[in-house]
Design a protein around this ligand. Structure first.
Ligand code: OAD
Length: 245
């Protein structure tokens, strides 16, 4: 049984594709994964966008379309419960670009890989800001251009070879946390794969939840095997129970 949280604890939660799996959003790796039908270099790199923006937008438009019909699952709701319990001592960092955490009610949330439902200018030096966008762009002719500089618009997503968003805030939260809870991430993509090691070096207790051991499982104190939507309701109860029980 997991040790209950105390008044001193600060929790850092890292989520990956697995937390949304029970909502019907496919994970990246493994059977039926998003990277199975696509070469990720063809749809998730700046070079891919330069040479085939239509292919890249088709990939993300397909994901936008699918996102219309998915809803938060018990795992997303459990994280809102812990946030309500801990208040400012809670921080949620997600690698997911879907909006299921905010749909469930999470507020102290950082999308380190960006957001599926946002679009921005593809020119790095352009000062225009990302904007909410749910539209689908299925051909080269449909891709809009930036009203400020004329460059093509792109999904507001961190691709391979790019620096993830909000890293200053994330590193600061990793420095102060006493408990790190990682859910549904394979532990192979940096920098997120190293968060557990960083928190652990600072003395934090680390818990992993997912149906299989992640690649970085050696850095966790507890690995709870199972689907997030099934494991988290019990785990959250254990973490939030009074210390003398
Ligand atoms: P992966 O597809 O690599 O891993 C998904 C993880 O979720 C695996 O470890 C599964 O065992 C686990 N899983 C599956 N079903 C689950 C369930 N019901 N409950 C809990 N866990 C479950 O996805 P990520 O680790 O999130 O980056 O991938 C990290 C990054 O790599 C992504 O953000 C994406 C990708 O390439 C970019 O696109 C930049």
């Amino acid at each position: 049984m997991s040790k209950p949280l105390t008044q001193q604890d600060r929790m850092f939660v890292l989520t990956g594709a697995g937390v949304s799996a029970e909502s019907g959003v496919p994970t990246f790796r493994g059977a039926g994964g998003l990277w199975r039908g696509h070469r990720m270099e063809e749809v998730a790199t700046p070079q891919a966008f330069q040479s085939r923006p239509d292919l890249v937008w088709q990939f993300y438009s397909e994901r936008r379309k699918r996102a219309e019909s998915v809803f938060p699952n018990p795992a997303h709701h459990c994280l809102v419960q812990i946030e309500e319990f801990l208040g400012d001592r809670f921080f949620l960092c997600t690698q997911n670009v879907d909006s299921l955490h905010e749909q469930a009610g999470s507020r102290r949330l950082a999308h380190m890989h960006g957001r599926l439902m946002q679009t921005r200018c593809s020119r790095q030096s352009c000062r225009s800001t990302p904007f909410a966008d749910e539209r689908l762009y299925l051909s080269r002719a449909e891709i809009p251009t930036c009203p400020q500089c004329g460059a093509l618009l792109r999904p507001d997503i961190c691709w391979f070879g790019e620096v993830p968003f909000l890293m200053d805030r994330i590193f600061e939260q990793l420095r102060v946390c006493t408990v790190l809870l990682s859910i549904g991430t394979s532990g192979v993509v940096e920098p997120a794969a190293s968060f557990v090691r960083m928190a652990h070096l600072n003395g934090a207790r680390a818990i992993y939840v997912g149906p299989e051991e992640p690649a970085n499982s050696m850095f966790f104190d507890e690995v709870v095997l199972g689907n997030a939507g099934e494991v988290l309701p019990r785990l959250v109860k254990e973490l939030m129970r009074p210390a003398d029980q």
